[in-house]
Design a protein around this ligand. Structure first.
Ligand code: IMP
Ligand code: MG
Length: 182
């Protein structure tokens, strides 16, 4: 039995509004750039729900007028002896050379995951440009300098769960985002 207390930070309705706002900004930029093709790279598992709902919003708002592709990617980090070392668990097979991509992430913490994935996409997959959309960010935890093109909300240095975010594999399915009371 799990007895941790989760203190709500963003309720379902608020998350919906945040996701809708990000989708509008992405559409606006795409239209400005005369581009109706969007290639998303979703960082599993955490960003799956954000990605599903964001892409659903974009379909809805553009009356399915955009050509959207989504590619899933997975990284793992090793603690202990090789602290902080990231490994690509699942890469992308499709040819993305010379294409622009938007990485969809649940939360940016140190920034190392995003930096690692941007390196992979630019160097190994030869994409022409990487943009980043993240539902949440903890700026006070940043270790590498990265730019988030589409950010939902900044939060302080607290551990949050729900809406895809987990703690040791649990809480992903909560409809709200909350911090784990320590
Ligand atoms: P970074 O590489 O340090 O930026 O870490 C980003 C990854 O760590 C995210 O993709 C999440 O999977 C995980 N993470 C960081 N902070 C949290 C949190 O507060 N709750 C759940 N997962 C988190
Ligand atoms: Mg993640």
């Amino acid at each position: 039995m799990n007895c941790e207390e989760i203190i709500p930070l963003f309720l379902a309705e608020e998350i919906k509004n945040i996701v809708r706002d990000i989708s509008r900004r992405i559409i606006k930029d795409a239209i400005k750039e005369g581009n109706n093709k969007l290639n998303f790279v979703t960082v599993l598992e955490g960003a799956r729900r954000f990605s599903d709902e964001l892409i659903g919003e974009i379909y809805c708002q553009t009356c399915a007028g955009f050509n959207i592709n989504n590619y899933n990617i997975k990284v793992s980090s090793y603690c202990g002896m090789t602290s902080g070392k990231l490994k690509l668990e699942r890469g992308i097979e499709a040819d993305l050379s010379e294409k622009e991509v938007i990485i969809l992430e649940d939360i940016v913490d140190s920034g190392k995951t995003i930096q690692f994935l941007a390196d992979y996409l630019l160097k190994d997959k030869q994409v022409s440009r990487v943009k980043i959309a993240s539902l949440l960010s903890k700026p006070s935890r940043r270790r590498v300098n990265i730019q988030i093109d589409y950010l939902g909300k900044e939060i302080p240095d607290v551990f949050v769960v729900g809406y895809g975010l987990d703690k040791d594999g649990i809480y992903r399915n909560l409809n709200y985002i909350g911090r784990v009371k320590s």
